[in-house]
Design a protein around this ligand. Structure first.
Ligand SMILES: [Zn+2]
Length: 332
């Protein structure tokens, strides 16, 4: 059985007009999973319309998991107290900007960010308890650009990095692997674990010479004791399904085989879709399904199937909704 964790509260994080990381992303996913027949509960956004052209996929429904906000002590497994206080302060004063202009927050954003991290932790709990084999958290704000002492790139707290440490502290997992297929480099996750040999971080993304945030070169392989536990795979603009499948089979799967993680986490960004407005990678919706199957098979081999995936980017609403459905179909 596969879990699905989201909340109508994720639309309460208001960025600003025309910002790509917008509340409708959650509404698009809520509609898509229902049109695909993956979820039975009523749509919390009945008035939202989007031409998704999805039909029921059949098969087993997802188990809907209810998130609760992450306690701040779990956020502080990755982030400094200074950052947590600062984000809280900006939100409490009504909102503002957390970085150079890309990461606006409103009064509710701090609480929504705690709930986003909490949703990924709820997925971890469900997977570790054996309640579900795999789980997907449809959350916002996203997390993978957030560094230990800095929120940036639409990200407040690093949901997946927090989950990796939580698995180690709360569930006694020793080795966690994170595979990040968002089109942008997961600089925040890399910064959290670059000197740590117990968390393998793999990021496949558009080449940093052509894409935000400008890091994630192949020579970035970890620091000190963590050397070798970071793998960056930059892809040239225009790369599509075939190039991604080849990189996953020749580079990522062997890395996972060597590391032997006990749980696999995914930073699932769907801005790798050919229709996404923010970047130039050309994955298809079927491509996301194949990539997910390849990674889920690795989790079957090494992790007793245990896999938790969390939403990162994806800014074309139709592509996002349809791609999340393919991702979920492959996770079942
Ligand atoms: Zn992205």
């Amino acid at each position: 059985m596969t879990g699905f964790c989201t909340s109508p509260q994720f639309v309460d994080h208001i960025t600003r007009p025309h910002h790509p990381e917008r509340p409708d992303r959650i509404r698009a996913i809520a509609l898509a999973v229902r049109q695909a027949g993956l979820v039975d509960s009523p749509n919390p956004f009945p008035d939202f319309e989007l031409d998704l052209q999805l039909s029921p996929v059949g098969g087993e429904k997802l188990l809907e998991l209810q998130p609760s906000p992450a306690e701040e002590k779990w956020i502080e497994l990755i982030h400094t107290r200074r950052l947590v206080n600062w984000v809280h302060h900006i939100c409490q004063s009504g909102g503002g900007m957390l970085d150079q202009g890309e990461t606006p927050v409103c009064a509710a954003s701090f609480d929504v960010a705690l709930l986003a991290a909490g949703a990924v932790l709820s997925c971890c709990d469900a997977v570790m308890a054996g309640q579900v084999r795999r789980a997907f958290a449809a959350v916002r704000p996203p997390g993978h650009h957030a560094e230990p002492d800095r929120s940036m790139g639409f990200c407040l707290f690093n949901n997946v990095a927090i989950a990796a440490r939580y698995l180690q502290r709360q569930h006694d997992v020793e080795r966690v692997a994170i595979v990040d297929f968002d089109v942008h480099h997961g600089n925040g996750t890399q910064a959290a674990f670059e000197d740590d040999p117990t968390v393998l971080f793999v990021s496949i993304h558009q080449h940093p010479g052509t894409c935000y945030p400008g890091s994630g070169y192949g020579w970035e392989t970890g620091e000190g004791g963590g050397r070798g536990a970071t793998l960056n795979i930059p892809m040239v603009p225009g790369s599509g399904d075939a190039e991604y499948f080849s990189a996953i089979e020749s580079l990522i799967l062997p890395k996972l085989d060597a590391f032997k993680p006990q749980v696999l986490l995914l930073s699932a960004g769907f801005d790798t879709h050919s229709d996404d407005p923010l970047a130039d990678i050309e994955l298809s919706e079927e491509g996301f399904e194949t990539i997910t199957r390849l990674l889920a098979q690795a989790a079957d081999v090494h992790c007793q199937g245990r896999l938790v995936s969390a939403l990162e980017g994806g800014y074309n609403l139709r592509a996002l909704g349809r791609s999340v459905v393919r991702h979920l179909v492959a996770l079942r």
